[in-house]
Design a protein around this ligand. Sequence first.
Ligand code: 13P
Ligand code: SF4
Length: 292
Amino acid sequence: MAHYYQRPEVQEVADCIGDSLALAQQAAKTDADIIVLCGVHFMAETAKILCPDKKVLIPDLNAGCSLADSCKAADLRAWKEAHPGHTIVSYVNTSAEVKALTDIVVTSSNALKIVQSIPADQPILFGPDQNLGRYIAQMTGRDMDIWNGACHVHSRFSVEALIALKREHPDAPVLAHPECKQAILTLSDVIGSTQALLNYVKAHPEAPKFIIATEVGVLHEMQKACPEAIFLPVPPEVTEGVGCQCNECEYMRMITLEKLYDCLLHNSPEVFVAPAIAEKAIIPIQRMLALS
Ligand code: 13P
Ligand code: SF4
């Protein structure tokens, strides 16, 4: 199984590719004995929680996520204790320990629908992505308390570069992931999850150009869907001292074809989730799947 942000050659050998929601759904229904998750660690953990009797492998255990790292379970517990009576809505980009403290998990594909399903008078704590949280609050009119985490890839797109791209290509729609900061979303024509952005491209095969504000791995599938179209990725802000000045997630890129080969050869490295955590974490994940 591979996420759309994986290297093209990894996507090409996968049996299924998808966004976070699709990968969780596929994991929940597969009858395979072993799942190899080509994505980041929280995705493999989610698969393991859903399939405790299966072996879940990830080609590199170090493939983490800056957003998941921005919310430690101890800090979430303190936030929760300071807000009794609130419903805890957590993005899937979280550790198993954070999910175990959560009432309902969301992905960018279903966050809007799930927040709308919560009674209007029920107060909500939403975490950890502040950009997705703000976007969902705007769309639903809900006054949610929002954690201040962010994805380092989606929050670093350059507003100036996007304005320049729009000036140069006024006919190209701007497609952005809701993990992007407000100024990028304000300048966008279409806001949606990785799958929603891909669906938009597939529904517009006649469009000559698209400006894309999300992780560039998805361009592989977009280009396959519309081989004639030109995809213009929004570059990140250039920050002194920061190693990666591109719009790739370096955690996603830790998964290489060579590591995948070794992983299949040795059935390792394996992902484990402590049973006491897994039995709590599965509840908000299953609530999400039931509403998706
Ligand atoms: P989706 O796959 O839900 O669009 O999330 C994007 C992301 O950043 C995954 O890590
Ligand atoms: Fe995490 Fe951002 Fe990478 Fe997605 S793109 S895995 S949210 S760091």
